[in-house]
Design a binder for this molecule. Structure first.
Ligand code: F3S
Ligand code: F3S
Length: 113
């Protein structure tokens, strides 16, 4: 899978969303998250991100390695204010902005853009 790391936080450019052929890039509140089971590794999202937030899982820089599991947790954890995990909706556009984040992203200091 590909992974969205720290540089996306509070930037949310969304150029990646337009490129994804399987619509597996989901919007939280302060960042977007790639669904690890829905991503088909096409790589189309990676070059279009203006802040280079997207990496193939084996290439995530060490300082952001927590984001690999964190992208997965966005779908498997019951996030604050939700009654059940997001799970595998099979399309980000249909469910729209979820408006919640993982603990890792929620706890991140605000980033001025
Ligand atoms: Fe975020 Fe970059 Fe996509 S800033 S929304 S990962 S284009
Ligand atoms: Fe989509 Fe990027 Fe995966 S474009 S299929 S999230 S590599």
């Amino acid at each position: 899978t590909y992974v969205i790391a720290e540089p996306c936080i509070d930037v949310l450019d969304r150029a990646c969303v337009e490129e994804c052929p399987v619509d597996c890039i989901y919007e939280g509140a302060r960042a977007l998250y790639i669904h690890p089971d829905e991503c088909v590794d096409c790589g189309a999202c990676e070059p279009v991100c203006p802040v280079q937030a997207i990496f193939y899982e084996d290439d995530v820089p060490n300082q952001w390695e927590a984001f690999t599991d964190d992208n997965a947790r966005f779908f498997t954890d019951t996030l604050p204010g939700r009654s059940q995990p997001v799970a595998s909706p099979g399309g980000a556009t249909t469910i729209g902005r979820l408006g919640v984040d993982t603990n890792l992203v929620a706890a991140h200091p605000p980033v001025s853009t």
